[in-house]
Design a protein around this ligand. Structure first.
Ligand SMILES: Nc1ncnc2c1ncn2[C@@H]1O[C@H](COP(=O)(O)OP(=O)(O)OP(=O)(O)O)[C@@H](O)[C@H]1O
Ligand SMILES: [Mg+2]
Length: 176
């Protein structure tokens, strides 16, 4: 995926919430002989500036690099090239200022709906009382009231997706 939606004009990069500059990602894949390794270019020359409050959708065919890009923004993968800034600060890894809903949900199978939604709140050190209050708000937001004590295997695919959304929203309301 190669795209540039960052113009040279307009506000300075500091005034943007998210600045993605010339991102490039390369994966090492096996050659046709199954032994040798070669580079596979998944993302090239990707630039995008996002303002506070903007809702951005990245749309493209399967395999074009959307998840690759989101993994880099989340700090789960390091780009091979380019830069990424959030609130003017370079991103060096994952942090609680960014929520992500993984394509495969990535719920903790041993945790109930409530305890999945509370995960990031535990990491933030909230008390049990505050965790329950915040998690309840987001469980209700995604219409999962009454399913708080269910485990992921007891939920439909869409319900799992909604738990993942509630978990991301509960942890941070800054970047999604
Ligand atoms: N770990 C990896 N190793 C090698 N190649 C990879 C790896 N992850 C992704 N790719 C390749 O990089 C390209 C982009 O993958 P990516 O997962 O970003 O696509 P996507 O746009 O999210 O697709 P989809 O809409 O199907 O989820 C694909 O061609 C994929 O095969
Ligand atoms: Mg994907």
């Amino acid at each position: 995926m190669g795209i540039s939606i960052a113009s040279g004009e307009g506000p300075s990069p500091e005034s943007y919430k998210i600045v993605l500059k010339d991102l490039r990602q390369v994966y090492k894949i096996r050659g046709t002989d199954g032994e040798s390794r070669r580079d596979f270019l998944a993302l090239e020359n990707f630039s995008l500036n996002v303002k506070e409050g903007e809702f951005v959708s990245i749309v493209g065919p399967s395999g074009c690099g959307k998840s690759t890009l989101l993994d880099i923004i989340a700090g789960l993968a390091r780009a091979e090239g380019g830069q990424i800034f959030i609130d003017g600060k370079a991103v060096t890894g994952p942090a609680l200022d960014r929520g992500i809903v993984m394509q495969g949900y990535a719920l903790f199978p041993w945790r109930t709906v409530r305890r999945n939604v509370e995960f990031g709140l535990e990491m933030k050190g909230l008390s049990a009382k505050d965790r329950k209050e915040v998690s309840q708000r987001f469980i209700e937001l995604v219409n999962l009231e009454g399913f708080e004590d269910r485990y992921p295997y007891e939920l439909s695919g869409g319900m799992k997706q909604r738990v993942a959304i509630a978990r991301a929203l509960a942890t941070t309301r800054r970047c999604f």
